[in-house]
Structures are given as C-alpha cells and as structure tokens.
Design a protein around this ligand. Sequence first.
Ligand SMILES: Cc1cc2nc3c(=O)[nH]c(=O)nc-3n(C[C@H](O)[C@H](O)[C@H](O)COP(=O)(O)O)c2cc1C
Ligand SMILES: O=C(O)C(=O)c1ccccc1
Length: 365
Amino acid sequence: MSRKTGVDWEKKAKETLSANAFGYLSGGSGSEVSLSYNIKQFDRYRLIPRVLREVSLTDTTTHLFGSSIQAPYLLAPIGFHTIVHEAGELASARAADAAGVPFIQSTVSSYSIEEVSEVMAVADHYFQLYWPSDDDVRESFVRRAEAAGVKGLVITVDTPVLGRREIDLSHNYFPMDEGAGMANFLADPVFQARYLSPTMDSAEVKQKIQSILFNPSLTFKKVQQLIKSTSLPVIIKGVLHPDDAKRCQDIGAKGIIVSNHGARQLDSAIEPLEVLSAIREKVGNDFPLILDGGIRRGADIIKSLILGADAVLVGRPYIYGLTGGESGVMDVLSTLKEDLEINLKLLGATSILDCHHDHLKRLER
Ligand SMILES: Cc1cc2nc3c(=O)[nH]c(=O)nc-3n(C[C@H](O)[C@H](O)[C@H](O)COP(=O)(O)O)c2cc1C
Ligand SMILES: O=C(O)C(=O)c1ccccc1
C-alpha cells in the first residue's frame, strides 16, 4: 500500500514494529491480488467537480443507526491492538470518541468489552462478534455486550475459517502468541468455567480459544435466531453478493458491511466497490450500507458514498496510527476528516448529502 494519510504512519509502523507484527497487519491472503485491487478500485472512477457553489461551510456529519456521527466513517474491527501499542483498544476507542466517530471492537481484542465501554463517553461503541462454536460462550458474549451498553453487534460472516496468509505462515506467527487478543475470553464467566483450570499454561489457554473462535457451520437461520434474541441492532459484515445482502435484510439485519475483510479472507475476492451499486439496488434506499477495504483518502469516501454507501470503515490506516498511541490514531482521523472536507469543497458540495452520481464517471479502460 503506497497511499498515506497525513504523517506516514504506515512507514512508522513498518520501522518500529517487528516484521512479524507488521506482516500480520499489512498482509492479505493468498496471492494478495485483492489487496492491491482494494486500493486500485477507487482509481476506476473520476470525480467531476461543480463550481461557484458557495462552499465556505462544509458539514461532514451524518446519521447512522439513529446516531449523529461527525464524519461518515467508523473504526473497523481489528484484532490484537496490543501488538501495536500497550494501550491497545483503549487508545483507539478514546481517539474515536474524541473524533466523534464509532469504534467497532473486535472479538479478539486485548481489552474486554467492559473495559472498552468504560473509556467511550460520546461516540458509539459496537462489538464485532466472531461467533464462537460454543453456543453458551456466544450467548455470554452477546449478554455482556448488551449489559455494557454497546450500540450494536457486528457479526462477521466472511470468516468460517481464517484465510491463508502466507506472510504469517512464513513467520510462523499468530498474534495471540504475544498474549494479545484474549481479553474477552479470559474475562468471560462461561469460558472460564468451561475451559480454564488453574493448572493450565498459556499455550493451552490459547489452544482452547482457537478451538472455538470460528464457526464454519454458521447459517442465515442461526443468525436470524440471534437477531430475534437480542435487543441490539445486528449488522452483518463481509457480504459481497446482492442476493446475500437481500437475505441479510430479510432475516432482520439492520445493515450490512460490504467488505472483503481487507483482502485477508477469500483469495481474489472481488473489490467491494464493484458490487456496491448492485447491492444498493437490491436492498433499496433505506437500508444502511457500509463499505470497507482500501479507504485511504477523502476522495475514496466520496466515491463510496456516491456509489451507494452510507458510511465506510477505516482499517489499516488507524492501526498504523496506533504506533503513536491515542494521539497517533487521532492524527489519522483528523487528517482524513480534513481531506474529506477539502475534497467536498473542491467537488462543490457543502455536505455529504450533496455527493451525487453526476459527480462521478467510471472510466471505460
Ligand atoms: C490486522 C487486521 C485485523 C483484523 N481483524 C478483524 C477482526 O478481528 N474482525 C473483523 O471482522 N475484521 C477484521 N479485520 C478486517 C477489518 O475489519 C476491515 O474489514 C479491513 O481492515 C478494511 O480494509 P482496510 O484495512 O484496507 O481499511 C482485520 C483487518 C486487519 C488489517
Ligand atoms: O486478522 C484478521 O483479519 C482476523 O480477523 C483474525 C481474527 C482472529 C484470529 C486471527 C485473525
């Protein structure tokens, strides 16, 4: 990835983190075709500005799931933040809170749902669920998220198994080996009672977590049952086919995240922007769609919004920023906001609602 937001946090991450940790963060699956196309997807479109529009004031705020957010992006769920900085998710969540944009906490976070929820005062806190293959642990995670007051559940469905990431295989690296990503399990009463014993060493604990982390037998039906059983809105992450998007809508999901998991799951998975319009057409105008993968600049956000997204997720840029702790993440978020504001003005728009199809052209080549 060659594009940067503000300070070159990617370079800083590469220089300061171990090759193993940086490889894990930056890498994709298989031949990494999707990884490069996630960045290039935005270049197939050009923006057509309109002039003389009085753009001295620009408003980047929008509404998502009933909340006002300061800019149309959220921090993507990323596991294992303490491999980057000891303050981990607490720093990222505080930075999101300061920027007034939501933070989506991963199941494999290094601080628990309860600890992250404590540090978020203003912005929305979402919990991303990797559906454990043990139903009682899953149930316990959902009840804890409800009790902690999270805004919604994000269920990731593109990970029945982990994608094959050659960089990690070549390093024999798994971030849990650094003690990261286990907090939600270690703090869970059901997990503790069922899987932990005082004589266990850390290798055994990790093995227990990994043995239940993913669930290849998940179906629409099971997700529908969960939707019915919780008071929280459920958003489904990792959908790329319009018919799947429609099924998510039909089973009661409140929105979906159009995503190829930052090109880390299916090798050669299609770029999210390529399927966005068809998904929007299928689900209608009133169903929230969030796009992620390769968002690096304000113009990428504008193109996503024009093609049908209500908001986007930002992944790697902020996790690289976390090498500078909370202020590093804040720097990434404020640079992105500034870039979005400047580009809205240059487009001739005073708000994100002003971004329309007549501002966009898809290139033939
Ligand atoms: C290091 C890393 C860890 C990730 N961990 C998770 C995770 O725990 N849960 C999840 O749903 N997605 C996870 N993702 C995927 C992101 O939520 C998001 O889809 C992706 O990073 C977006 O692409 P971008 O990094 O190009 O912005 C992870 C991505 C990265 C880079
Ligand atoms: O790295 C990832 O993308 C990811 O989602 C993950 C989750 C759990 C274990 C390992 C990787």
